[in-house]
Design a binder for this molecule. Structure first.
Ligand code: NAD
Length: 285
């Protein structure tokens, strides 16, 4: 059996079109569209390229996208004051802070200054708490993208063995909560699981496997359970270009669905940011 490839570009295009119609409707009804502001620190080329790609998607959907660039030597107080200004600006519906931030900046503290209703990445500690309780529609973008991919297969997650490899605060932990909402049985593996020599047994058991570690070919293809859904979040530079954390060619022969790297989770992630911008806007109407 060869897996069906979950093409992130196709899924992203579909979601973008539906968000575009939603913004058109909102515009007709309320005579305004969402406005989001991305705070960028410094002028790193990679950061600028990423912001450009966000801007393109926002433009397509009909969202106003603004960049607020501050210099690399910006102070903590100054940055938090900027966030407070944006919080009190009624024309701004959503705020995000581009990562990485310089070492002297306490990212968590800046995140906690964002008004929870404008927190587009769901990084404010109050929004994280609300997510645990299932009380917010603003969900961190990468886990949201992963869920869209799984939902696009049409497979019911209820009672399935979902195994997440990688327990970071931006991917594994929030994803665990989203899978629980669907009544999957969730196992979260991490470096400790590998050190204990238990990673393979968990991976072999997965009906739905999500890998977000950042080590090329960490998951050997022959470990994949026959018919599993495999979502590869990893991004690794190699001699063959960008590759994921799963040994793709072998895994593809065993899985029922698999995301490619690149072109899987990534393209949908940016669209989820726009979805959050629309949710934030609606909450402020
Ligand atoms: P992180 O470094 O914050 O966390 C890595 C996790 O992997 C940790 O939980 C760690 O315990 C675990 N880990 C490390 N070595 C392991 C091993 N040998 N066995 C099992 N677990 C191990 O990483 P992150 O920020 O969550 O990112 C993970 C990967 O996902 C990276 O490659 C990153 O580039 C990629 N990523 C992609 C997107 C996207 O939209 N496509 C978004 C975010 C992250």
């Amino acid at each position: 059996m060869s897996a069906q490839v979950l093409d992130g570009k196709i899924l992203a295009a579909k979601i973008k079109d539906s968000l575009r119609s939603e913004v058109e409707k909102l515009k007709k009804e309320f005579n305004k569209v969402p406005t989001m502001v991305n705070i960028v620190i410094g002028d790193d080329h990679g950061t600028c390229a990423y912001a450009k790609s966000q801007e393109k998607v926002a433009e397509y959907i009909g969202i106003n996208y603004e960049l607020k660039t501050v210099t690399e030597d910006v102070g903590q107080e100054q940055l938090e004051a900027l966030v407070r200004d944006l919080n009190s600006d009624a024309d701004v519906n959503g705020i995000l802070i581009h990562k990485p931030v310089p070492e002297h900046i306490d990212y968590g503290s800046v995140a906690n200054h964002i008004d929870i209703i404008k927190d587009l990445e769901g990084i404010n500690i109050a929004n994280i708490g609300k997510m645990v309780l299932g009380e917010t529609k603003i969900v961190p973008c990468t886990p949201a993208s992963i869920m869209e991919h799984i939902k696009s297969t049409g497979v019911n997650m209820r009672g399935k063995e979902a195994v997440i490899v990688g327990s970071s605060s931006i991917v594994g932990k929030p994803l665990c909560l989203l899978l629980l909402r669907e009544f999957a049985t969730v196992t979260v593996c991490h470096i400790g699981t590998s050190e204990a020599g238990k990673l393979e047994e968990h991976v072999k058991n997965a009906d739905i496997l999500i890998v977000a570690v950042g080590i090329a070919s960490l998951i050997k293809g022959d470990l994949i359970k026959e018919g599993a859904i495999v979502i590869d979040v990893g991004i690794n530079r190699s001699d063959n270009g960008i590759v994921g954390d799963v040994e793709y060619a072998v895994a593809k022969e065993k899985a029922s669905y698999i995301t490619p790297v690149p072109g899987g989770v990534g393209p949908v992630t940016v669209v989820m940011l726009m979805k959050n911008a629309i949710e934030a806007f609606k909450a402020q109407l």
